[in-house]
Design a protein. Structure first.
Length: 269
């Protein structure tokens, strides 16, 4: 008489396809980010001359988009293929990578809270470096303009920070038409104007500072952001918690699927 042992362990289809669905969204988002970033670099001619990336003194927003796209594409691909093929190596890579990202986010949040003065100084330095490169990159220019328009601010700590930019500097040897001015995004919008006046900031800093309030925003963007954060702390906290829960959910799915696969392999052996 022969006796057969049947293993009761099996890979859960529920967890398998739920993890696949979870990752396909991130994989498609990664593809979209990569496509948008590569298209933007193609339009700027960076793909034909990669030295332009290192030549920019400030932040190239496209580079940030590409980095996010690469991370999302890689993790999404590993999660999708790992789930469908029940590949433990890919699933462990996905799980560990998400854990590392989660811990890094948590560490950054804690350090930013504990060392607020240091963070403020770094943000100020970062903003000033990007002001210097304002005219060097169209994407950086649009990013700074959007930040100033949305927050009704100008410069890092005030309009005089635009002296860091060679085109807006008030020095006597500057021949720029924008000399001693500010970008149009610093201007107080006129409700009666339907067309944006891109020259509204010309020569504004040649006037006395008491007159600036009538033409431009005088609050620095760092102060504006510091004022915005307490008013929207619940939104910021909610976004952080939502992202954290998504990451924890992905880790849970991957770990559960890994355990199922290992149990099945142990039963077969």
């Amino acid at each position: 008489m022969h006796y057969y042992r049947y293993s009761t362990a099996e890979v859960s289809c529920w967890y398998k396809y739920l993890l696949f669905s979870y990752n396909i969204v991130f994989w498609l988002a990664g593809v979209a980010f990569l496509a948008a970033g590569l298209w933007a670099w193609s339009e700027k001619g960076v793909l034909s001359d990669l030295t332009k990336v290192s030549g920019l003194r400030g932040l190239d927003p496209v580079l940030l988009v590409l980095v996010v796209g690469i991370v999302m594409f890689t993790l999404g691909f590993a999660g999708c293929v790992g789930a469908l093929r029940e590949n433990i190596c890919l699933l462990k890579f996905f799980c560990r990578a998400v854990v590392i990202i989660f811990l890094l986010e948590l560490a950054v949040a804690v350090l930013a809270f504990l060392f607020q003065d240091w963070v403020r100084d770094k943000v100020k330095e970062f903003f000033e470096n990007n002001i210097k490169s304002y005219r060097d990159d169209i994407d950086l220019q649009n990013l700074i303009d959007s930040l100033q328009k949305i927050n009704h601010c100008c410069g890092a700590q005030g309009p005089d920070d635009w002296d860091f930019n060679i085109y807006f500097n008030c020095s006597s040897d500057s021949k720029s038409r924008e000399k001693c001015g500010v970008p149009f995004s610093c201007c107080i919008p006129d409700p009666a104007q339907k067309v944006v006046n891109t020259q509204c900031g010309y020569d504004v800093r040649k006037k006395s500072k008491s007159q600036w309030d009538d033409h431009i925003f005088v609050k620095g963007c760092i102060l504006a952001l510091e004022a915005w954060l307490p008013r929207n702390i619940y939104i910021v906290a909610g976004v952080f918690i939502a992202i954290s829960l998504l990451q924890i959910f992905g880790i849970f799915l991957a770990r559960t699927l890994i355990s199922d696969i290992e149990a099945v392999k142990a039963g077969i052996a």
